[in-house]
Design a protein around this ligand. Structure first.
Ligand code: PEP
Ligand code: MN
Length: 340
């Protein structure tokens, strides 16, 4: 962190400010006295120093952070990739490609069991399905709620696929006890109270990128969970809001290598919500693999035309078979080309 001191600051004021920094934050403060200005360079862990607080100090002209404001999620402090391993053996972030597939919403027992069997047969490693749905309209289907969770557990029993489903409120954490991976949706990425509570549990959290969130804000949300002691976070790029209207969102694939550079956490891509269109899912899935993603989350529905949510972006099981086969073939080639 670089701090420029006001020209008219007295020596005493500056000395006092330096000692506050050193004693409160345990950083080393280097100082350069120029003709026009004095500049302080802070060495050490500056993650806990609030830039707003620095700016509010009388002697401060300006402040610039030169190190990322996150520590636990930062690759600099944790060079090795985080590998999430489920008690049932599935791994995410170990170089393999995980596929989480299933309907946007769990609708009934036959539907979820059928889709689960089909996606498993095509190579999916996790079953996704929404029980609590964050819908833009209060009049849209809100999910089967607790019954949806039970149906997911039933489908897990039938197929052995671990389940991924979205949580919307803190008071539901107990209800999600036997969910394998808890999803935090785009709309809740900055629900800090929820993130803090999820930091207290010991279960993988799939953190989707907020609709209009920067990569740094997204990693800071992961940091919230990790700061509580839960270091099992998987990031999910699901498209961001831009001026483009041809797609539901704009898939930011550069986020994948950027996350890999900045953080050690695994990152997966959701081409379904990113594009909103089933016909775009195959190409964007392949592109995500080529970008180095650790996995994909794809919506698959037995009858997309009659889906209670997100039918337009859902693949049929037959379409998913083809996409999964191509994705695994590309992953194989990718490993040979990129990883030797
Ligand atoms: C979902 O996965 O069904 C979902 C609602 O996604 P997002 O939070 O990315 O919109
Ligand atoms: Mn959906």
């Amino acid at each position: 962190m670089i701090i420029v001191i006001k020209r008219d600051a007295s020596k005493e004021q500056l000395m006092h400010f330096r000692s506050v920094l050193e004693e409160k934050y345990h950083v080393t403060v280097n100082s350069w006295q120029g003709v026009e200005a004095t500049v302080l360079g802070l060495i050490g862990d500056t993650t806990q120093i609030d830039e707003d607080w620095v700016n509010a100090q009388e002697v401060v002209e300006s402040v610039k952070r030169v190190q990322e404001p996150y520590k636990k999620a930062n690759r600099k402090f944790h060079p090795d990739n985080t590998v999430i391993e489920l008690p049932t053996g599935q791994k995410i972030g170990d170089g393999s490609l995980c596929i989480m597939a299933g309907p946007c919403s769990v609708e009934n027992e036959d539907q979820i069991n059928y889709v689960a069997e089909r996606v498993k047969a095509a190579g999916a490693t996790f079953l996704r399905g929404g029980a609590f749905k964050p819908r833009t309209s209060p009049y849209s289907f809100q999910g089967l709620k607790a019954e949806g969770l039970d149906l997911l557990k039933g489908a897990r029993k039938v197929t052995g696929l671990p389940i991924v489903t979205e949580i919307m409120r803190t008071s539901h954490i107990d209800m999600f006890e036997s969910v394998d991976i808890i999803q935090v949706g785009a709309r809740n990425m900055q629900n800090f109270e929820l993130l803090k509570e999820l930091g207290k549990i010991r279960k993988p959290i799939l953190l989707k990128r907020g609709l209009s969130s920067t990569i740094e804000e997204w990693i800071m949300s992961a940091e919230y969970i990790m700061a509580g002691g839960n270091d099992q976070v998987i990031l999910c790029e699901r498209g961001i809001r831009t001026y483009e209207t041809a797609t539901r969102n704009t898939l930011d694939l550069s986020a994948v290598p950027i996350i890999k550079k900045l953080s050690h956490l695994p990152v997966i891509v959701d081409p379904s919500h990113a594009t909103g269109k089933a016909w775009l899912v195959e190409q964007m899935s392949l592109a995500a693999v080529a970008a180095g993603a650790d996995g994909l989350m794809i919506e698959v529905h037995n009858d997309p035309k009659h889906a209670l949510s997100d039918g337009a972006q859902s693949l049929t099981p037959d379409q998913f078979d083809k996409v999964a086969a191509k994705v695994f073939a590309l992953k194989h080639a990718y490993d040979e080309i990129v990883n030797g």
